[in-house]
Design a protein around this ligand. Structure first.
Ligand SMILES: [Mg+2]
Length: 299
């Protein structure tokens, strides 16, 4: 069904977050599989976009990314409009898209699946606002404070723990915000402590979804507003992260789906998109259905 991969360009973020040997693993698994590969090392923001565009031009059979969601987002941004498949080799401290697609976190396993042809094509949606793309989601308020508070130094040292440390810091400055939303023409004004516009359901370090109706291929973005900073909300986080089960208290979270979303917040909030901080507001967001082909495990 899928075209046999003979030539692959691998975009590698050398400061992705995991402290592991990368090139020897890629080299040995690709050699074993008879796949010719070229490694492209990113050095600054934007490099991944340029490498992906060049790979599309070169007509490679697949483009792979070793890195976290930020690097995957760059590769996808450079691949828009192309049907060349993307391979994700999770290497970041947060690998939300890889987790969503069931891609093994272990580099050797992920490379071996590729080498053995144990992958199938899946088409995923991509989000867009202004001229930039996003793959996981955008968050405003508390959730954004939590993600952006986990800086590079902390992420490298503590990995996932960085997000918990950051969450503890963010909890101290929670304020209620008024969100003005327009979802596919329908307007809403809702108070809450954080707003998440998401393409993916998971939060990167468990397979538990924020909501089981969230689907990365359904042509819709999900908008969630967490309304109260109550004990129940923190219980919800704890249950989701530690016990790996989803509580049934839905009164705390307002949930919509749509193709076009416009959002503004008062007072001004921290905004993060795929882990990076944004300044623009209001945001005009839309989904591009079925934008990218990704190779995911068959099983
Ligand atoms: Mg969706």
């Amino acid at each position: 069904m899928e075209k046999k991969i003979k030539l692959i360009h691998i975009i590698i973020n050398p400061v992705a977050g995991k402290d592991e040997s990368v090139l020897p693993v890629i080299n040995s698994t690709m050699k074993e599989a008879g796949i010719k590969w070229e490694g492209l090392i990113t050095q600054k923001a934007g490099d991944g976009i340029g490498f992906a565009k060049a790979a599309v031009k070169a007509g490679v059979d697949a483009i792979a990314v070793y890195g976290g969601d930020g690097t995957v987002m760059e590769a996808i941004s450079g691949m828009m409009g192309s049907d060349i498949p993307l391979v994700i080799l999770p290497g970041g401290s947060a690998n939300v898209m890889a987790t969503e697609l069931g891609i093994p976190a272990d580099l050797n396993k992920a490379c071996t699946l590729l080498g053995q042809g144990q992958l199938k094509m899946k088409t995923i949606d991509v989000g867009q606002f202004d001229k930039r793309y996003f793959i996981t989601g955008i968050s405003i308020g508390f959730e954004a404070d939590m993600v952006t508070g986990a800086n590079r130094g902390t992420k490298n040292k503590f990995g996932i723990l960085a997000y918990f440390i950051s969450a503890a810091k963010a909890l101290k400055k929670i304020t209620k915000v008024t969100y003005h939303l327009k979802i596919d023409g329908q307007e809403y004004k809702v108070k809450g402590l954080t707003c998440i516009i998401t393409n993916t359901g998971n939060i990167g370090f468990s397979t538990i979804s924020l909501d089981k109706h969230i689907d990365v291929s359904d042509g819709l973005l999900d908008v969630l507003i967490v309304r109260k900073a109550t004990i129940s909300f923190f219980n919800l986080i704890m249950l989701t992260l530690i016990k790996r089960e989803r509580p049934h208290n839905v009164e705390l979270v307002k949930h919509w789906q749509g193709k076009e979303i416009c959002i503004s917040a008062k007072p001004k909030q921290t905004i993060q998109c795929d882990g990076e901080v944004l300044k623009e507001m209001p945001l005009h967001i839309k989904v591009i259905p079925g934008a990218i082909n990704v190779l995911v495990p068959k099983k």
